[in-house]
Design a binder for this molecule. Structure first.
Ligand SMILES: Cc1cc2nc3c(=O)[nH]c(=O)nc-3n(C[C@H](O)[C@H](O)[C@H](O)COP(=O)(O)OP(=O)(O)OC[C@H]3O[C@@H](n4cnc5c(N)ncnc54)[C@H](O)[C@@H]3O)c2cc1C
Length: 456
């Protein structure tokens, strides 16, 4: 059977890998390179990621997949994350003992009062804001979660509580305190992670080798124009104005873009639901630095509004083999709306804003900077707005009426996930197709995919 896969990010590639050898495969990728968000690129003597990606999983069998692919190039890295709160650096996940002893006593008292208030008064709106206020109290919410949400995803009052459940490793103060007394639970935080010696792109490069070994074809720089449906089946796709027959279509491109390619056009309510689903965009400002090392950790989170970026990380703290010995590379992540002032700002303007904050927090001096450039990606963070599930369900219910089509992956299922989840989804999608299973089983799988949690 001929299976066509849209998108050569890790989801599309891993699905193809697991189908290869059993099905005839063709992967369509619009960009000139493969790997999507989980790729690396060469720049001078550096091997750089689009923001470094740790490999870590708690899903059964997935670490074996990473190990089988990356083999002896897979390194184990001790994990050290920090968070910058009220002008001070703390370990992350945040330790309540550090917060209590190092925070301004007035702020500490505010957090305590907020916590007490949250035990009595519960907000029932089921938003990101209400979930975190109910569980951590108003003070803690304002200090740690509110502005970070505003920076990364948008107004926390309009975000669904699922986002907090997926993204925040502890469910409240009680959990935090248990963590101090009995140690942090494994599912809440990792002590170490894995990383390929030459950059995260190794994972996708090795998957490509497996696909090619099994005679799968990957077409890069290829634009899909239409998905042609006949009698509830994908009959063909149109590329370069020519129809190409296919027996099965797996899409890992943004689901909102995919529905617009379908001919005849889906019902109006489906197209409207797709318009209402929003993705946030990402700018990664990469700064090459003329010193051996810049940070003493892997990542630093910046929840407060007075710092323009949300996260800072150092490529060399993932692998020393990716940078020259005497130099390093920093990544500054800024989330924005597509086409807003940040998206349209020049690299010079972005750098000036970022550098002001880096100097303020004492991480980098201007004279240490060798050069800088930005990479921008439009559809990166699926926004879990309060009505996202309703809109997504409208779209997925419609797609379920097309027998030989499946949408999967982070973009394809609007699922805020990590690479390990993408491989897990790929394994299950391939198994589903190879065993000719039906839509009811696919719906059950989607429910399971919804249960993924991100471990920082
Ligand atoms: C800054 C950042 C840091 C992250 N850190 C980690 C981490 O530490 N660990 C971790 O496990 N995960 C991390 N992730 C998440 C991880 O990157 C994603 O879960 C994963 O890469 C998603 O893969 P995907 O294939 O589903 O989507 P994508 O990587 O977005 O791939 C989709 C592919 O489809 C292609 N495409 C789009 N439209 C079309 C079209 N019309 N026609 C053809 N092709 C098309 C795109 O070019 C792309 O190649 C991070 C993500 C970000 C943004």
């Amino acid at each position: 059977m001929k299976v066509t896969i849209l998108g050569a990010g890790i989801s599309g590639l891993a699905t193809a890998w697991k189908l290869s050898g059993k099905q005839e495969l063709e992967i369509i990728e619009k960009n000139s390179c493969i790997g999507g968000m989980a790729s690396s690129y060469k720049y001078k003597d550096f091997s750089l990621d689009y923001g470094p990606h740790k490999i870590y999983t708690q899903l059964p069998g997935i670490m074996e997949d990473f190990k089988n692919l990356v083999k002896e190039d897979l390194m184990t890295i001790p994990k050290k994350n920090k968070i910058y709160v009220n002008g001070k650096f703390f370990d992350f996940p945040i330790k309540i003992t550090q917060l209590a002893t190092r925070l301004n006593p007035l702020i500490g008292a505010g957090c305590g009062l907020g916590m007490a208030e949250s035990l009595i008064r519960k907000d029932k709106t089921k938003s990101y804001e209400s979930y975190l206020k109910n569980n951590f109290g108003r003070g803690m919410y304002n200090l740690l979660f509110r502005d970070y949400a505003l920076k990364v995803w948008g107004d926390p009052k309009e975000l669904a509580e699922e986002l907090a459940i997926k993204r925040i490793p502890v469910s409240g103060f009680a959990d935090l305190i248990k963590g101090i007394l009995f140690g942090v639970k494994k599912e809440q935080s990792a002590e170490h992670f894995y990383y390929p010696k030459n950059g995260i792109g190794t994972v996708c490069d090795r998957i490509v080798k497996q696909i090619e070994k099994n005679k799968g074809k990957i077409l890069t720089k290829t634009k899909i124009e239409k998905i042609n449906i006949q009698k509830n089946k994908v009959e063909s796709i149109t590329i370069n104005k020519k129809k190409q027959k296919t027996n099965f279509l797996v899409s890992t491109i943004p689901v909102t873009d995919m529905v617009e390619l379908i001919e005849p056009k889906p019902p109006e309510k489906v197209l409207n639901a797709a318009k209402r689903l929003k993705y946030r965009s990402l700018i990664v400002l990469t700064i090459l630095v003329d010193k051996k090392k810049a940070l003493d950790c892997n990542w630093i989170f910046f929840p407060s509004a007075d710092i323009i970026f949300n996260r800072l990380s150092e490529q060399k703290s993932f692998s020393k083999f990716t940078c020259p010995e005497d130099k390093t590379a920093l990544y500054v992540e800024m989330t924005c709306d597509y086409n807003d002032w940040r998206w349209n700002a020049s690299d010079y303007d972005l750098f000036e804003l970022v550098m002001r904050d880096l100097e303020k927090i004492g991480v980098l001096k201007r004279e240490e900077v060798l050069e800088y450039f930005s990479k921008k990606a439009r559809k990166v963070y699926p926004v879990y707005s309060i009505d996202y599930k309703k809109n997504l369900t409208t779209i997925l219910d419609y797609l379920d009426t097309i027998d030989n089509l499946q949408t999967t992956g982070r973009q394809g299922l609007f699922n805020y996930n990590n690479m390990d989840h993408c491989i897990d989804m790929a394994n299950k999608t391939a198994e589903h197709i190879n065993n000719n299973k039906g839509k009811e089983e696919w719906k059950d799988l989607r429910k399971y995919f919804d249960s993924y949690k991100i471990v920082d």
